[in-house]
Ligand binder design. Structure first.
Ligand code: FAD
Length: 285
């Protein structure tokens, strides 16, 4: 472990407005939320000489609010808070489940939802759940506020489409129009706990009485540079009756939307095979 970074400056805004102003005045500053991703860079010496914009004093970004349309989750809400919140657990259980497998208890207590998004790791565990819930990332900057559909927030591995001076303020999730017939969150890692995902899946499916698919939403992480919805499979199954043949056909379409790689955690072939099994098991129940 390294000691304190050399020559670090820390700005400590106490409100959202102050955070936006300080970021505009110090465009090279790095936002700091729970610091769980940042501390890795700190240990590598990459924090030396940096200016940090410590967001922890921005109280208005710490709460989960019910709105007429759904939930508005402040960017600074931690994984532990998401995991334990009764409304999140009831209305958006896949997000609560995802938060409960992010690192260990210590990481869940400090790591934030905004940080998980802004870090833009392809393996970030909350992203497939947010993708199937069709979340919107609310940002603020000197130019004003805007809402980015979650999938448009990512530009590549560890790269977001946030503009300079732009901060994530909240994540808005609309209520589902109807209770899904079946839902899934599944993280596949080397161990049952404390692992980075080889593949991570979230799924929702609505069926008609005769098992015709009204709507399928299925998202995968760790399978492409950014989290992906399986659009080709989702479109193909719509309006068709579920069967083994249909599930197999949907699985064949995965490579249209994902492009897994070999790396130190897994192989492309294993990732694809397991993801296809997850989709097939999910569809067939
Ligand atoms: C040991 C360990 C295990 C981990 N395990 C997992 C895991 O299993 N699953 C998983 O998904 N992640 C895991 N992580 C990664 C990390 O804990 C999460 O991504 C966490 O949610 C990051 O949130 P944070 O608040 O700590 O972010 P920080 O470290 O504070 O920030 C992360 C990045 O986001 C930017 N940022 C933060 N907040 C904002 C904001 N509001 N607006 C704009 N930019 C912002 C920062 O500038 C920085 O670039 C692990 C990390 C460690 C160290």
């Amino acid at each position: 472990m390294r000691g304190c970074p050399q020559g670090m400056t820390v700005l400590r805004p106490q409100s959202a407005g102050e955070a936006v102003s300080l970021f505009a005045e110090n465009p090279a500053a790095r936002p700091l939320a729970g610091g769980t991703d940042f501390m890795v860079l700190w240990n590598m010496g990459e924090a030396d000489g940096q200016t940090m914009l410590d967001l922890s004093g921005v109280r208005e970004w710490r709460s989960i609010r019910k709105t007429a349309a759904g939930l508005s989750i402040g960017a600074l809400v931690t994984h532990a808070e998401l995991r334990d919140d009764p409304v999140v657990r009831r209305e958006f259980p896949l997000l609560a489940q995802a938060a409960s497998v992010v690192g260990a208890e210590q990481i869940q207590n400090r790591g934030t939802l905004g940080g998980n998004i802004a870090n833009a790791s392809p393996a970030a565990d909350t992203l497939p759940a947010l993708a199937v819930y069709e979340a919107t990332v609310k940002t603020v900057s000197r130019k004003g506020a805007r809402g980015l559909p979650l999938l448009q927030t990512f530009a590549g591995v560890k790269r977001t489409s946030l503009e300079p001076g732009e901060l994530i303020a909240a994540i808005d999730i609309p209520y589902l129009p109807k209770k899904p017939y079946r839902q899934l969150f599944r993280k596949v890692g080397t161990r049952a706990a404390l692992a980075i995902s080889k593949t991570v899946a979230a799924g929702l499916v609505w069926l008609e009485r005769d098992r015709t698919v009204r709507e399928l939403r299925f998202a995968l992480g760790s399978m492409a540079p950014t989290v992906r919805r399986l659009r080709a499979a989702e479109d193909m199954v719509r309006g068709k009756r579920l069967s083994r043949e249909l599930a197999a056909e949907a699985c064949e379409l995965l490579p249209r939307d994902v492009s897994p790689i070999d790396d130190l955690r897994s192989t492309a072939a294993y990732r694809l095979h397991v993801s296809q099994n997850l989709l097939s098991d999910f569809l067939l129940g």
